[in-house]
Design a binder for this molecule. Structure first.
Ligand code: SF4
Length: 359
């Protein structure tokens, strides 16, 4: 690659020869049904392909068409989604399923503009559906493709900056094979995933080694450049396991804040509360819910933690046995005999259940 914008015409042949040699069987490969492509692409956001395969089959078994997905209760969808995290993706999946099923008779838009207007579909997913399902010449720009192009073209600006993204998209759109955008996009993503990997890329046998500016400038390990990550915020919650004989209680979380519409034990947040005030705060919450002053121990250290995208959640867990006459808030969900199987939960809850209640 002689200059940033002078991409060699032999690129296509080399990419095609490289792609012919690889063997990466994935269930959505060569798929042309927009529903299946969309489903796989949403599942693949922020998640490794190997992890997604089982989820993909489970979704298709339960929802073979977009109408089935549209009719699936949100609680069931969240249960299917459990473990993937980033639950907004699941909510947007449902919104889009409803729009397409109810307003478009199950037909996906067949233009990039129509696709990107749907909830949860950004430039990458719109380009993927447009090219894989409708053979439209839109280059996908996922993390793999960004890494490949930024190294090949020696891009020294942060790739998560809007102007650099535009530059990357421009280069990718110039490169795309207009007659076969689907194969080109797939090959570029595979090349980033298998050859031009984040660490230890295969530069020695790379078909583009002679043209790669990052290799020439000895910057392979430093590209792509990213801006500083958003700092992680620490938050601490106390989860209460209220028990009456063989019954425990969950709450259904609202759409606000973390874990929208998932289920947790009743919980309060004690982030930023000085230690001397934490106990009183917990005591008050218990009294407000139960009308009781129950004894408890709040350990100095939280028992579990879970890292979300920009938050680390620390969790204390307090078990309390309640007298049978205790009245609890009417919107709490009673779980009898440890049967939590119907309720979608965040990972910190599942971990607690598996370690302490279900073993
Ligand atoms: S030479 Fe190395 S860094 Fe450059 S495209 Fe090939 S694998 Fe990636």
């Amino acid at each position: 690659m002689a200059t940033k914008n002078n991409l060699p015409s032999r690129f296509h042949q080399r990419l095609a020869s490289w792609a012919e040699q690889i063997d990466r069987p994935l269930p959505w490969r060569e798929e042309t049904d927009p529903y299946r492509i969309w489903l796989s692409e949403i599942l693949l956001q922020q998640t490794r392909a190997e992890t997604v395969i089982d989820y993909y089959y489970q979704f298709l078994a339960r929802c073979p068409t977009i109408h089935h997905l549209s009719n699936l209760p949100v609680a069931d969808l969240l249960k299917l989604w459990e473990g993937l995290g980033y639950y907004n993706r699941a909510h947007n999946l449902h919104k889009t399923a409803r729009i397409i099923s109810q307003e478009r008779d199950g037909i996906f838009p067949n233009t990039y503009e129509g696709l990107i207007a749907l909830p949860g579909i950004g430039p990458y997913t719109a380009a993927a559906i447009a090219s894989f399902a409708f053979a439209l010449p839109h280059a996908v720009l996922d993390g793999n493709v960004i890494r490949v192009i930024s190294r090949l073209a020696g891009i020294l600006e942060p790739v998560d900056q809007a102007s650099t993204k535009q530059q990357l998209q421009f280069l990718a759109d110039q490169l795309i094979i207009k007659a076969d955008p689907s194969r080109f996009n797939q090959a570029m993503m595979d090349f980033g995933a298998l050859q031009c990997t984040p660490r230890n890329p295969g530069c020695c046998d790379c078909p583009f080694a002679n043209d790669c500016l990052a290799l020439r400038m000895d910057l392979v390990d430093q590209l792509p450049i990213k801006r500083k990550k958003q700092p992680v915020t620490n938050r601490t919650f106390v989860f209460f396991i209220f028990q009456k004989k063989n019954t425990l209680w969950l709450v259904h979380r609202s759409d606000r804040d973390i874990w929208p519409q998932l289920h947790t034990f009743p919980a309060i947040e004690i982030t930023d509360l000085p230690i001397r005030k934490q106990k009183a705060h917990v005591q008050k919450a218990v009294f407000d819910w139960t009308g009781l002053d129950l004894p408890f121990i709040l350990d100095k250290k939280p028992l579990l933690n879970q890292l979300l995208s920009h938050q680390r959640i620390y969790g204390h867990f307090i078990q309390m046995n309640l007298p049978t006459s205790t009245t609890l808030p009417s919107d709490w969900i009673a779980i009898r005999n440890g049967d939590f199987s119907q309720h979608a939960m965040p990972r910190i809850m599942r971990t607690y259940l598996e370690d302490h209640l279900l073993s």
